[in-house]
Design a protein. Sequence first.
Length: 526
Amino acid sequence: MVHKILVDGKWREAARPAGSFSAINPATGKNLPDAYPVSSWTDIKAALEGAATAVDGLAKSGPDGVAAFLDSFAEKVERRRESLAETAHRETALPAEPRLGSVELPRLIDQLRQAAGACRERSWCRATIDAKLDIRSKYGPLGGPVVVFGPNNFPFAYNAIGGGDLAAALAAGNPVIGKAHPSHPETTRLLAQAAWEALEESGLPPSSVQLLFHFGSDDGLRLVSHPSIGATAFTGSRPAGMKLKEAADKAGKPIYLEMSSANPVFILPGAVEERPAEIAGELVNSCLLAAGQMCTKPGLVIIPGNSSGEAFLELIRKAFEESEPAFLLGHKVLEGLREASARLARAGAVLVAGGREPGGPGVKFMPTLFRLSGEGFLRNPAAFQVESFGSLSLVVLASDLPEMVNIASALDGHLTGSVYSHSGGMDDAAYSAIEPLLRRRVGRLLNDRMPTGVAVSPAMNHGGPYPATGHPGFTAVGFPAAMLRFAALHCYDHVRPHRLPPELRDENPTGNMWRFIDGEWTRRSL
């Protein structure tokens, strides 16, 4: 059985598909029974045409209509909680409990509801009024669909249908064309079924959310650069992301990318002396969480290259060696870890734990740890900052503080950067030397905390400088900030009052919405 796609409000057979595919169960390494179509351009064109009809309908529905859909969608997902968790478990081998059912799925539901709240409240649009000149502006929809490419490692929170990108794009008033990740197509289909039902219930245009399971890479490049596209959101590998970015940039189309990050962790000398076992435990847990298949996994750890640092490294090495390998998301992740191990060894890093595949069923790789001198890192910094997706990390032993500072200076852009320091202030001078350099190279700076775990907070930045993302000014997590990626600034100059959008009229449309009026943030009406 080959499943149907969701296009223009209908579940229908793919038109002239280029083939089909099946997901695998990583716990067995074998294909699951259902098949899903690889769509041709015919399906993509139909989705584009469907999305075009939804643009005006979404505008007429207004913020309250979109919010009603998001709340209804969240409720329908919540009712499917058990079946969704079990399905995602089969397709990813991630634990149904607590990871999927009690952690990630509630996060998806919370994201949808946070987006609905921001949509209703409306302050996200940053309505700005210059009463004297009668010039008014606000952020609004892009006028075309947002294409969302979902990743393999978060079947709920980042899913192309239901994840944070979809929630943000819809809350900003844009229809969404979601491309499922081949690792969890059935999970995505079930989410799309819930979205389809919520569309019917809320009265939003039926093509506001559409699902294509897969398509060829050339069609993907053609899609993100299509004249009718509003923007694209992509979470995945750097090579794929850069190809999409090149195509979108040539066409002048916005694209927001989360591509790769090594998430450097600096552990300063005083911290290593003060609490080595505690920090080592936190580090190992963070490195191996979900088999290291987290975009915020600490892939690069910088420690002092002295006897305390060597003892600290031994704690980590022993914990890696004693850890059981967890299932990987698929054969491509396994292949990537093989390649990463070979690449690091060629560049001069020394293997101290793992680096091999265990026996037994399923897709696995032993937790793997490499070491390298600070001098070796500085000879070729780029070689040691390529993300190794999975349970693989590199520890760099810096000979002294100046070498640590030089390492910080040589960093590329990353999603996160962490610094562990002595609780009594012994490392304050070292922190002051490293922090300004690290601050410019990461989206989120942490103190005495590992980077895994991204809270859905209005203050969160899940982004960072290139090559972690394609633009340092935006976040993929947190409402309302994530919505601004999918918005255009609409300006109205001396437009008659009854022709203005409600947010820009003299009267505050909700009574609670914040607006910037004549240089002051206020909730008052003019």
